[in-house]
Design a protein around this ligand. Structure first.
Ligand SMILES: *[C@@H]1O[C@H](CO)[C@@H](O)[C@H](O)[C@H]1NC(C)=O
Ligand SMILES: *[C@@H]1O[C@H](CO)[C@@H](O)[C@H](O)[C@H]1NC(C)=O
Ligand SMILES: *[C@@H]1O[C@H](CO)[C@@H](O)[C@H](O)[C@H]1NC(C)=O
Ligand SMILES: *[C@@H]1O[C@H](CO)[C@@H](O)[C@H](O)[C@H]1NC(C)=O
Ligand SMILES: *[C@@H]1O[C@H](CO)[C@@H](O)[C@H](O)[C@H]1NC(C)=O
Ligand SMILES: *[C@@H]1O[C@H](CO)[C@@H](O)[C@H](O)[C@H]1NC(C)=O
Ligand SMILES: *[C@@H]1O[C@H](CO)[C@@H](O)[C@H](O)[C@H]1NC(C)=O
Length: 471
């Protein structure tokens, strides 16, 4: 549990500095370890004892079978295309069966930068896989070196149909996004908000698709052309101690995006980027987030956007606790389009510290990325939402709380307690905003919230259609 005293940022900064110190110390030790083992033999050597296997993996005493990509021909000079070596190493590791309680380690060693092109690492594998990244992985640099057309530009590194895998290490996955962010069609290039022709599609750096029992831990993922880490069609995913960074003005660079996935934990990660810190799309449930630091920059933690193009969306049982959001456009947000259906329910935001955040608490059921979207009679139903212990400062350009619920489908059972939101500059704050929002507020919240309605009749509730099945 992260206890936030009167000077939380000093504590957090100190923590990060200590972590960083330990961390660099550890990589130093690793460097020596890998130097001893790898550098004397940079070329793959055929195993003379077993001519059927060339090159051979190393059998470690603790039942790891290590597949060092360098032994499969990867050069690691940051220029040579090492894609084929990675694929061969993966295929070998993935085919290694677990008959003697061994597991496979695909090793991306420290001290090298591997350039690999858009790749799908496919399972299922015959045993649990470790993909250990201690070095750096980069893609081809910029849109002109990626094939145009088709869907080749959608993803860079994809893990597909893997059941049981850990992607970890002290290394870096660097998406080299700059030339993608600078495409003329990108929003921040486009001051007049006029559409500029040409393909705008940019790759997501890392995607887990149709996979389960996956751990992603320890890595730095930075400068993705678009989303940094995407989970779709996954279950049982544990994300821990990631560091995700891209500049505040990099467009669409969500930190972690989740959709159609369940039983996902995201813990102890630090994310500063140009879009949502974490975003949760339709089909997601049982999502638990703790001890996250979002910002500076970015759009906070978002559920949505949901219900685009009259679609049905279901999100339930999402918890975010013990986290910090700083210098961001939003804190905790639920955003839906007019015209959708389905529901968002069972969401808890607890013990969130905000620092100079523009919309610390926001439900926006009029989400619209073009200039004007028509109001519709249907909407994604938002209910059973808890905001507890949300404290800190807000940027007074927007109210500290904004509940903009649909005209026809109100938000119901919003529970608010222990709120303390003060303007970051000056003394005069803004009043909370509510539209068609029902719920319960404790009387000690700062600022006081009087705009939430308390008496939605049950006849009105029962008329709401389209909500998703209960949890
Ligand atoms: C499994 O490991 C044990 C001890 O480590 C060894 O004696 C045995 O030969 C191994 N079996 C196979 C199939 O590799
Ligand atoms: C996930 O993988 C670990 C490591 O192999 C294994 O012990 C565990 O049983 C797996 N869990 C599930 C739910 O498959
Ligand atoms: C919270 O996350 C930070 C990394 O951001 C880590 O150093 C710290 O140990 C975590 N705290 C807890 C209680 O897990
Ligand atoms: C909500 O999700 C958590 C995991 O994040 C799970 O332990 C819990 O059982 C779920 N609750 C319900 C009511 O499904
Ligand atoms: C939609 O409804 C909201 C709330 O009543 C209103 O403020 C807004 O102007 C409407 N938008 C349009 C495009 O009619
Ligand atoms: C209101 O929401 C809370 C939290 O999700 C839930 O525990 C409670 O049962 C809901 N109340 C009603 C009347 O549905
Ligand atoms: C609901 O509460 C408002 C004031 O908060 C009151 O004006 C209105 O009459 C109430 N409606 C019902 C049906 O009780």
């Amino acid at each position: 549990m992260l206890k936030l005293s009167h000077d939380p940022f000093l504590c957090i900064t100190t923590l990060i500095l200590i972590t960083f110190f330990l961390f660099s110390h550890e990589t130093e030790a690793r460097l020596h370890h890998h130097k001893d083992r790898d550098n004397p033999n940079p070329k793959p050597e055929p195993n003379l004892d077993d001519p059927s296997q060339s090159p051979s993996p190393t059998q470690e005493p603790d039942h790891e079978v290590v597949y060092n990509v360098r032994n499969y021909g990867a050069v690691g000079d940051g220029v040579t295309d090492d894609t084929d070596s990675f694929k061969t190493a993966w295929d070998s590791a993935c085919a290694n069966d677990n008959n003697n309680n061994t597991f496979s380690v695909l090793l991306v060693p420290y001290g090298f930068t591997f350039m690999i092109h858009s790749t799908i690492f496919t399972g299922p594998c015959r045993s649990y896989q470790y993909f250990q990244v201690d070095g750096t992985i980069v893609p081809r640099d910029g849109p002109e070196s990626w094939p145009s057309g088709s869907n080749k530009r959608q993803y860079w590194l994809v893990f597909y149909r893997i059941n049981g895998m850990a992607l970890k290490g002290s290394g870096v996955i660097d998406g080299r996004g700059k030339n993608w962010w600078d495409l003329p069609c990108k929003p921040h290039q486009n001051v007049n908000k006029t559409p500029v022709s040409g393909s705008c599609e940019s790759p997501t750096a890392l995607r887990f698709f149709g996979s389960s029992n996956v751990t992603v831990e320890g890595l730095s993922i930075k400068n993705s052309p678009q989303v940094h880490l995407k989970l779709d069609g996954c279950r049982l995913v544990h994300i821990n101690s990631l560091r995700i960074t891209s500049p505040p003005l990099s467009p669409n660079t969500d930190g972690i995006h989740i959709e159609n996935s369940n039983s996902v934990e995201i813990y102890s990660s630090v994310i500063s980027n140009g879009d949502d810190c974490v975003s949760i799309g339709s089909g997601s449930y049982d999502i638990d987030m703790r001890n996250l630091t979002c910002g500076p920059g970015g759009h906070g933690i978002s559920i949505g956007s949901l219900g685009n193009q009259n679609s049905r969306a279901c999100v339930s049982n999402v918890t975010v606790r013990d986290s910090i959001i700083k210098f961001s456009d939003n804190g905790v947000r639920i955003k839906t389009w007019q015209g959708g259906s389905g529901s968002v329910s069972g969401v808890t935001f607890d013990n969130i510290h905000v620092d100079t955040v523009r919309n610390p608490i926001i439900i926006d059921q009029y989400y619209c990325t073009t200039t004007k979207c028509a109001n519709k009679t249907s909407a994604v139903f938002v209910y059973d939402i808890v905001y507890q212990s949300i404290k800190g400062t807000y940027d007074i350009r927007s109210p500290p709380m904004h509940f903009g619920c649909s005209n026809s489908v109100p938000c119901t059972n919003i529970t608010i307690s222990d709120i303390e939101l003060l303007p970051s500059k000056g003394e005069i704050g803004m009043d909370p905003f509510c539209w068609n929002a029902y719920g319960i507020v404790d009387e000690f919240s700062v600022p006081s919230i009087s705009c939430l309605k308390s008496n939605l009749s049950t006849s009105m509730l029962s008329s709401l259609s389209g909500k998703c099945g209960s949890l």
